[in-house]
Design a protein around this ligand. Structure first.
Ligand code: M6R
Length: 594
């Protein structure tokens, strides 16, 4: 949550920082702020709302820091926007200072006057207290007093020509440019300028100058392979639509070079091969959409992998006490690789000696560095707050991991071959659904008056029902819930009437007949039903109100194909309601708070 950015170099800093803030806006868009240093002069600007300006050079100066805010401590207003300043020390911060109240009280007793309700402002005050001519020394001493998480960038005209940055549980990278240095919360903000980045580790601090950077220990420079145009909307009205339209390519890229005839080749699992072979249970952990991918993985691991599997939400499992041992493995599923709840759970599993692996999209993220191995989803940057193509990438990768585990166990060559052959065809099938998007849009138009939706699915498609419901509520602000079809009669059926339509996921699979019975139960209560069904299923047309057809595939791969129309369904719904699709209210892309 929150994006931080800074530039120091030969160029005018303002346009670079504004451009970076726009790239990071998905992390928070309640308000933004920027300060530019021009020798002793400092220009400070804070605004509530999204960034509408084009980034013309409003202020001269080659040193600047900026911030996109997702409000945590203190409401959304100009005074709470970053940078926060005290006595000439300017700070931008991503994270939460847990002991800020105590620190603030002490500082107030010493005569400090605060201008905001944020936790961040204490950092500027503490630095001022500790300052003795050297900014990094003051920052180091100030941070020693802080409990919590932070990614910070600090500048001051009192020790100019440098940006001091530090990290604890919130991501920070340095971009090394020809003309200077950029600091940012993630690589998307620097790839217009450089592909050479350094990732800061927890507890590290660095000093950036125009022509040098100093980190407390020697760091490896990594190269990011994302292209600059992969984070533009192109001709699409929204990132979300662009990202949904990339879903077939994502499957292609996630599987590229990884599918053999009757097995898969996953380089990131090579060093964990023996431990995986001995593992007697797999935990799958994620949050939000990442959890639904993990839940899909649970079914895949059990069915194809032949191993006991349990999916958990990072935000829950981190506080529980499951009995863990070295014969287990845990797979963390995350687009950003920075979700705080997942990272806390990861630490817990690692401390217990469990083999930890990641299914991650963001290269160089904390999750990829803290796990012992894993598989990248290779989706490219995902900018829309609603996760779509990353979900498709996650379930594709989890399918491959299931094949890998299965081949270590009882999955026959023939069965593996069958799944892999079908996996090779899935991108084309996904493309057919995407090409059918106008039909989905037409169906959406008939349902715009409804305020409640129920999504049902069974077995592999139960997690997809939850994913469909989350997507709809997240971007259209319409109430939606996803439950197993078999659970309807245990309670939710009481809510079904002519005002609550049901989206039923019923591809031709082993639970198809059971789903038909669920649909009948809904119809008997006057509920409208939109079915996601396999092409050629004419029977279903007779029972339901609307059908979205998907190509036929094997049961284990149906989740990939049923998720796509649900992403489009939510998109067109929100579009018709004129919602802020890429930046839904109250949310942020990367949830780095607990
Ligand atoms: O970056 P992550 O995949 O770990 O993010 C997890 C969730 O915050 C995320 O999937 C969230 O639920 C999405 N906004 C859903 O569309």
């Amino acid at each position: 949550m929150c994006g931080i950015i800074g530039y120091i170099g030969e160029k005018q800093a303002y346009p670079i920082v504004i451009n970076g803030l726009k790239k990071l806006e998905y992390r928070g868009y309640d308000s933004y702020g920027i300060c530019v240093l021009d020798n002793e002069k400092v220009f400070l600007k804070k605004r509530v709302g999204q960034i509408l300006e084009e980034g013309e050079s409003e202020f001269n100066g080659c040193v600047s820091i900026g911030h996109d805010r997702w409000a945590s401590t203190g409401g959304v207003c100009e005074k709470n926007a970053h940078p926060h300043e005290y006595n000439g020390f300017y700070v931008v911060h991503n994270g939460i200072i847990e002991n800020y109240k105590e620190l603030k009280e002490d500082l107030i007793k010493k005569g400090h006057i605060f201008n905001s309700d944020t936790d961040t402002e204490v950092i500027a005050h503490l630095i001022s207290e500790e300052f003795n001519g050297n900014l990094e020394d003051a920052a180091r001493k100030a941070l020693k007093k802080i409990i919590g998480s932070y990614g910070i960038a600090v500048v001051s005209p009192k020790d100019k020509d440098k940006i001091v940055i530090a990290k604890m549980s919130s991501p920070i990278i340095i971009g090394i440019c020809k003309d200077g240095h950029i600091v940012a919360s993630d690589p998307s903000a620097v790839i217009d300028y450089t592909k050479q980045i350094i990732t800061l580790d927890d507890g590290e601090m660095a000093v950036l100058r125009k022509d040098s950077y100093m980190i407390l220990k020697e760091k490896k420079i990594e190269t990011i392979d994302w292209e600059s145009d992969s984070i533009s909307k192109g001709d699409y009205a929204h990132y979300m639509l662009k990202e949904i339209m990339e879903e077939s390519k994502v499957i292609e890229s996630a599987t590229m070079g990884r599918l053999l005839d009757n097995n898969v080749k996953l380089g990131g699992l090579e060093s964990s091969k023996e431990r995986l072979e001995e593992a007697n249970k797999i935990f799958l952990i994620g949050c939000g959409t990442g959890y639904y991918a993990a839940k899909t993985g649970e079914y895949l691991m059990e069915e194809i992998g032949g191993i006991d599997a349990e999916a958990h939400m990072g935000s829950e499992i981190r506080y529980r006490n499951p009995r863990l041992d070295r014969n287990e493995a845990a797979i963390f599923v995350s687009q950003s690789g920075e979700t705080a709840d997942n990272l806390a759970a990861l630490k817990k599993f690692k401390d217990a000696g469990v083999l930890t692996l990641g299914v991650t999209n963001a290269i160089g993220s904390t999750q990829t560095r803290e796990t012992e191995g894993g598989v990248y989803t290779r989706c490219g940057p995902e900018i829309a707050v609603a996760s779509t193509k990353a979900f498709i990438g996650q379930i594709t990768v989890l399918t491959m991991i299931s094949i890998f585990l299965g081949r270590q166990r009882n999955l026959s060559e023939k069965k593996a071959e069958e799944v892999i052959k079908e996996l090779r065809d899935i991108p084309f099938k996904a493309e057919l659904i995407l090409n059918n998007r106008e039909e989905i849009n037409n169906i959406v138009q008939k349902y715009l008056r409804f305020k409640d939706f129920w999504f049902i699915g069974r077995k592999f498609n139960y997690p997809i029902a939850m994913e469909g419901a989350l997507k709809l509520k997240e971007i259209s602000y319409i109430h939606a819930e996803g439950t197993p079809g078999g659970e309807l009669k245990h309670g939710p059926l009481a809510l079904i009437d002519e005002n609550c339509p049901t989206v039923a996921l019923c591809p031709r699979d082993s639970v198809y007949d059971k789903m038909l019975s669920n649909i009948e139960e809904v119809k008997a209560r006057n509920g409208k039903v939109i079915a996601i069904a396999s092409e050629g299923d004419n029977k279903i047309k007779e029972i339901v109100d609307d059908v979205i057809y998907i190509p036929k595939t094997i049961e284990a791969l149906t989740p990939i194909l049923t998720a796509i129309p649900l992403h489009l369904f939510a998109y067109y719904f929100a579009l018709a309601l004129k919602r802020d699709i890429d930046k839904p209210r109250n949310l942020a892309k990367s949830v780095t708070v607990e």
